[in-house]
Design a protein around this ligand. Structure first.
Ligand code: GLY
Length: 348
């Protein structure tokens, strides 16, 4: 079946080729690499998450399965900002947001979900078992329970309990995310004799794990999961569960995920914007940079107080990222490499 884009590309191409009297050429960004799976994910937690994804990608499995399995690793880890062990909202309750998207524009999302360990898997069920894209709050929880997900205890992890008690002393509402990272220097990854890669410095307080992958068939998928901003206003949602903001996949072009101040990603449809820049021919890093420039233009001086980073992969298996401030890192795994990369940023 010839899809519309291929048809348009083919006809535009034929007339252009006739016009210039030259041989046809392919737009590089639309080439597909097969047999070279790759997974990339945000922050240092991405190293472990990528291992989870590689259990599937490395055996020629589907990217969709890989991005679910990958971020489930992080959802199970004790961290400030992903999964049930994460920091709560300002009422002391952990609420989780997640989404997932495959190579066919199928997508699912959950937000404001409590007491469910793997929101990304609930998001996948929303995608596969309902006619909807997004379920929130009690409805999302009821759906999860009906789908057999256990309802976990409503407790805080020891770290989150400590952080919440500390926050309660002032109860200062500071809706900013990741700004700590701008004070941190970029770090070089190091390799242990076991072959393991470790970050050379502190990645700091990350907020989200976003993952995009290409499987051995050359198909793309992505996932994103978070507890959102620590001590947030009850009911606040960031970009992570919003398709087009925290995550977007167009299997003809590329995939992108975002991390950082969700509000500023939502207002310019961040991940979708990056994919559209890749469609125009920009390589992943350049596409991420252009989207960051747009945020900088929108925010003006206030950009000094926020962190946002985009991480993208195109159909050629090329990857890249760009952040507002330094300190953002991402992890890569393929047959050839396994490492953590310090992202380029606008402010050095
Ligand atoms: N990027 C995660 C959030 O803003 O909630």
């Amino acid at each position: 079946m010839i899809n519309r884009r291929k048809f348009i590309n083919a006809s535009a191409f034929t007339s252009l080729a006739a016009l210039v009297g030259k041989k046809a050429w392919a737009t590089p960004e639309y080439e597909t690499v097969k047999g070279k799976p790759i997974v990339i994910s945000t922050w240092d937690a991405g190293l472990n998450a990528n291992k989870g994804a590689w259990g599937i990608l490395g055996k020629n499995g589907r990217a969709l399965d890989a991005v679910e399995a990958g971020v489930m690793v992080t959802e199970s880890e004790q961290s400030c900002c992903v999964g049930l062990g994460a920091n709560p909202d300002r009422e002391g309750i952990v609420t989780l947001d997640a989404c997932i998207m495959d190579e066919f524009f199928n997508c699912g999302s959950v937000a404001f979900l409590e007491r469910i360990k793997h929101p990304v898997s609930v998001a996948r069920r929303v995608m596969e078992k309902t006619p909807h894209v997004m379920l929130v709050g009690n409805g999302a929880q009821q759906f999860a329970i009906a789908e057999g997900f256990p309802l976990e205890e409503q407790t805080l992890s020891p770290d989150a309990e400590k952080a919440y008690r500390e926050w309660l002393k002032k109860s200062e509402y500071k809706p900013v995310i990741n700004i700590e990272n701008k004070k941190q220097s970029a770090f070089a990854p190091s390799r242990l004799s076991t072959g393991e890669w470790l970050p050379g410095g502190q990645a700091g307080n990350h907020d989200t794990i976003g993952m995009v992958a290409m499987d051995s068939q050359g198909n793309l998928s992505g996932s994103c999961t978070t507890s959102g901003m620590g001590f947030k206003m009850r009911g606040r949602l960031g970009d992570s569960p919003i398709i087009g903001a925290g995550l977007f996949v167009d299997n003809e072009v590329g995939a992108c995920t975002a991390t950082g101040q969700g509000e500023d990603v939502i207002r310019m449809c961040g991940s979708h914007t990056v994919v559209e820049f890749m469609r125009q021919g920009f390589a992943p890093e350049a596409a991420c940079k252009k989207a960051i420039e747009r945020i900088i233009k929108i925010k003006g001086e206030k950009v000094k107080d926020i962190q946002v980073a985009f991480l993208a992969l195109n159909k050629k298996g090329q990857r890249g990222s760009f952040a507002i401030h330094k300190g953002f890192s991402y992890a890569i795994k393929s047959h050839d490499i396994e490492m953590l990369v310090a992202s380029k940023s606008w402010f050095l």
